[in-house]
Unconditional design. Structure first.
Length: 373
């Protein structure tokens, strides 16, 4: 693993340096007879926070490239969302986790076990420190599941622990670092500043969080996961075609806490709001990131609180565009199941353009395809 990681990192140093800002194709030229397969990013869940929501699944994304599927975060509900979006789970080629909060990794165990049940070969799993421990532990804990799934014809399957290939990414990655590549995609990672509020108890080690940059199908996608304002994110996102960014609305969070946590001490509520403001991205910070990195499009995800419980949703987008375009009950009622909002930023002359909601409700599935790039 270390030798392979060092090789990838060496490749990353030279390759990323040659990536020009604003270039949409950071891959080797394709022969005219064999065009690159189309890359499509699908948001399978956009609900931030550990609690399960009725309208939204937790954070999960699928990058579909040809017949291969790459998952980026696997919060609760990802498998049902894949079924709704008609994405075959048997086609999952790799899993990438940004950090180990429950809304980002809750479905890793089920993903591992359905891979063991229906597909042979090792499933690559990447994430910050703790990923090897988590994935290996989940696979080992499912020995009873393996026993219950004994074959009635043919040989026994290898144990689930032998069917995964988990990797811990290095701590505090300061530069975009190539961590995975195959014939369809290249994936870069960088450390991000999610854990900026100090813990109130001693920890043996601070947890880590990363963001990913993916080059596939002639496009560049950047997924923040969870992060507060971070200079490293700007490096990672430079010139990307699509920035898939988390979003929090501190004022709406405060309003929800006043309604639902009346018994909590004020200092507890203040600590929650402070954490949300520093450990996550507000619309103003998303706007700064998109503008500085000169990304072509922003997709909002990880909504906190859920838009279904917010009366004025403009706070999710005001810092990205001057016009309040996600406003009005008619718009919201028509997009009650909207789990993503796509906007364009900025245009060629550097000024912001009006945002647009682009959604695909194919067969009323609760998912979002970024297809019109």
């Amino acid at each position: 693993m270390q030798t392979r990681q060092h090789l990838l990192s060496a490749l990353a140093t030279s390759a990323f340096a040659m990536l020009s800002i604003g270039t949409a194709t950071a891959q080797a030229p394709q022969q005219a007879s064999t065009p690159a397969p189309r890359a499509e990013w699908v948001t399978l869940g956009t609900s931030g926070g550990p609690s399960v929501q009725a309208e939204r699944s937790q954070i999960a994304n699928a990058l579909v490239v040809g017949d291969a599927v790459y998952l980026f975060d696997v919060g609760n509900g990802v498998q049902r969302q894949m079924a709704k979006a008609h994405i075959p789970e048997r086609n999952v080629a790799a899993v990438f986790i940004t950090h180990h909060h429950l809304d980002h990794n809750a479905s890793l165990g089920p993903i591992i076990m359905t891979h063991w049940s229906f597909k042979s070969g090792k499933l690559p799993i990447y994430g910050p420190a703790g990923t090897v421990h988590l994935a290996s532990g989940l696979a080992a804990a499912n020995t009873p599941t393996e026993l219950a799934g004994f074959p009635t014809a043919g040989p026994a399957k290898p144990p689930a622990t032998a069917e995964i290939e988990p990797h811990d990414l290095p701590d505090d990655i300061q530069q975009p670092t190539l961590v995975f590549q195959d014939s369809r995609v290249r994936v870069w990672a960088i450390g991000v500043d999610h854990y900026q509020v100090k813990p109130s108890i001693p920890l043996a080690k601070m947890p880590q969080a990363v963001a990913y940059r993916v080059e596939a199908g002639g496009r560049v996608f950047v997924f923040t996961g969870d992060s507060g304002p971070s200079a490293r994110l700007i490096k990672l996102a430079s010139g990307a075609d699509v920035l898939i960014s988390e979003i929090v609305e501190p004022e709406a969070v405060a309003n929800q806490l006043m309604k639902n946590a009346m018994g909590a001490a004020p200092r507890v509520r203040d600590a929650v709001i402070n954490g949300m403001s520093h450990n996550h991205l507000t619309s103003a910070e998303v706007g700064k990131l998109a503008s500085t990195a000169q990304v072509k499009r922003v997709v909002l995800t990880h909504f906190v609180p859920s838009p279904e419980v917010v009366s004025d949703r403009s706070g999710f987008t005001d810092g990205i565009f001057p016009r309040r375009w996600l406003v009005g009950q008619s718009t919201i009622s028509a997009t009650r199941r909207c789990i993503s909002a796509a906007v364009r930023t900025p245009d060629d002359n550097g000024t912001a353009t009006e945002g647009r909601i682009e959604e695909d409700f194919k067969e009323k599935a609760i998912y979002f395809k970024i297809a019109c790039i």
